[in-house]
Structure formats: C-alpha cells, structure tokens
Design a protein. Sequence first.
Length: 241
Amino acid sequence: MENPFCISRKGLRDLLGLSRRNFVRNLFYKCLEKFSREEIEKQLNTQTGELMDAINTESELSVRKTENAEVITALQLSDFYFPDDETEICFAMRRNVDTNNVKSYEGLVSGFENATHIDCLIKLANKGISFQIKRYPERHLPHTNEAFVDWFKNVLSHYGNMKGTILSVTLQPAEPFNKNSFNFSELAISLSEMREIITFDEVALVYNDANEYVVLHKIFPKHKRLLVPLYWALKRFRGEV
C-alpha cells in the first residue's frame, strides 16, 4: 500500500461521527430559518417533515458514495475479523496527499486513491489483513447468481496476483433477500469451480439481513456465514461496547 493513512478504529469512528453531527447541526440551523424550535422538535419526535426528509436523503446518498461505503465497510470488517480488539485501519491515499495533514473525515475521503489493489489494511499488533472493497448495487445489477458471476469475472480481469488480500463485496441496498436473490450455496460452488483463476485469499459478502444482523458471508475458498446482531453492531459503532 502506497502512502497509507492509518488511524485507530475509534479515531475513524469519531471522525465519521463528527462529520454526521456537523451535518445535522448545520441542517438544524438552516431549518430554524423556516421553522420554530417547537416545530423542529415535533418533526424529530414524529420522524416526519422536511428536516427528517433531508436527514434520510443525506443518509441514503451517503451510504451509496464509494468513499463512505469503504469507511463503513472497513469498520464492519474490523468488527468481524477482530471482534474483541481495537484495531488500526489504514487507507491508500493519493501520492500528493500529506497524510500528516488529514484531520477531518472530509479530508480523509477526499484523499482516497481510487485505482489501488488494496483499499484498506486492518492491523492489530503484528497482524494485518489487506482488503479490496467493492460494492454490488442492486439498483444497477440484478441479484442473481449468473449476474454476480459475470460481474465477478470482470473484477478478476482487472487484477493480477492478489495473494494476501481478501475481496469484500458489499451488497446494496441492505434489504432482505427475496426468492429472486442469490442462492449462496450454489454461488460458493460456482466460485470453487473458478479456484484456478481466483488469487484472492477470500471472497466475502457483507450485507444487512432483515435489519436484524450484519452478515459476513464467506463464499470462497470455504462457505461460512458469520452474523453480528445489528443492535450490537450499532452499539459498537457508537462506542458503547
């Protein structure tokens, strides 16, 4: 990884949290120009109105931005692979970025290197795991085995030897899977049949299962599904556990 920016998991979480709080605060003051504090409080309590619409829209757009998806996924991967530890998370930055001057979340994501084989490195003491992070968005690509395999083959064509790296694929949007969604067991078999051309150490899917669990679903080289209760994941994100 060239020109890495490394930060503790807690530090990264705090940068992201501060950015979100600043957005809500700025939106609040903007709404004060149109609504009274009582009207704003009512919107917050009822989860309806212009303020809540703006917050929900921003949240939706934020999740779909590649840079934000990488940060959120990196935090999730840290929880899955090092569930009981405070790790350090490193991101590949553009060569012209002075990593010593990265002080804000906006400064971090604006400096991400786009064309890199390793998006993030999660470290604990002398152990480190490298990840290439991709998104598989449902609104653009069908959630079928055939479509995923075609997409996956195209991904492989852009990389050489990725030994020592895990490919993490975030499934979006985070909705329960219906009967037209993936057959994960068969998908794992399909990738197993491609093992001669797959150089990633692992291929894993990350998704939200029915708003009950955050899931790490490994489909290569072994088929294994790991679940974290959503309430625990949110508590860990907030620093409560």
